[in-house]
Design a protein around this ligand. Sequence first.
Ligand code: HEC
Length: 106
Amino acid sequence: MSRKFVAIILSVAVILIAAPAAFAAPDGGALYKAKCASCHGPDGGGMTPMGKAMKLRDLRSPDVQKLTDADLTKVTSDGKGKMPAYKGKLSDADISALVAYIRTLK
Ligand code: HEC
């Protein structure tokens, strides 16, 4: 086998392995259920024991929905009060998928 042929096979293999991971969009709904629903509730209403104790605002309410995507992204990545910061734990793509998901709750 020529070296060139081996090189081609290897690059095709790398592309096939790497591509789905790079192009698969994160699932905002699944991330939300895994990371956020414990406080904010599965429907965003914040009616969990944790959410009630922290007096969470309903993510579906106009007060929260009127915030810009940039605001929602900032709260999620930097945290706010008792809201944990997710920067470093979630990628930017994960956080934008979450923001998009919060928009679907209303
Ligand atoms: C440990 C409980 C907890 C978890 C888990 C949590 N949050 Fe929060 N979240 C809070 C609290 C408390 C606030 C209110 C912060 C404040 O205004 O002081 C908040 C506020 C927010 C806000 C702003 C809404 C508002 O009332 O101004 C957004 C957006 C938000 N959270 C998104 C998320 C997302 C997305 C996740 C999952 C990645 C998440 N939160 C996970 C506790 C939590």
